[in-house]
Design a protein around this ligand. Sequence first.
Ligand SMILES: O=C(O)CCC(=O)C(=O)O
Ligand SMILES: [Fe+2]
Length: 218
Amino acid sequence: MDGELFPRERTEIAPGAVHVPDWLGPRRQGELLAACREWARPPAGLRTVRTPGGGVMTARQVCLGLHWYPYGYARTAVDGDGEPVKPMPDWLAELGREAVAAAYGGPPDPRAAAYDIALVNFYDGDSRMGMHRDAEEKSPAPVVSLSLGDSCLFRFGNTDSRGRPYRDVELRSGDLFVFGGPSRSAYHGVPKVLPGTGPRALGLTGRLNITLRVGGLG
Ligand SMILES: O=C(O)CCC(=O)C(=O)O
Ligand SMILES: [Fe+2]
């Protein structure tokens, strides 16, 4: 980022949990944002997610490949308009593979299962996401997270509880975060979005997060 006094460096936040700042350049961020805008459209577009306990998620969401809902996966937007979920594009699955290689080092593993699920979360200035685990997948493959637009505080915790110990990481537009191995089932969340911090040239008000997962769901 312009004006940075010290470059932000790749950091292992916990075993198997790696933050790679500025992984996506401005052009790829723009392309990903344009794709997100298409995916957000109906049918099976952006929706508000309600939890069984009566809660409402403040981040709105659209899914690709399989439709996540609290708490499972379906082939249709069962808690939305009921339409078939949009397919997971090959290029996005490939981006997931490249992201894992970038985070952990070394070339992509040709035997690794393909990323077949994407969740796109849209956060406005007041949105947040409570501490949770990504637990509806059967595959142990790492979760890949890409951020666009406004920065946020991302809280990465432990596998036992929603509480401490955790580490807070600022995720900015273009940043990659991968969590796998011993951190695959760690609690994590977004306590805060930092409005107005995104790159102006991207043209996004708010924050988008794209998480890529391998379902292993057959
Ligand atoms: O927005 C983020 O950075 C995290 C999203 C997330 O944890 C999820 O969709 O499961
Ligand atoms: Fe998550």
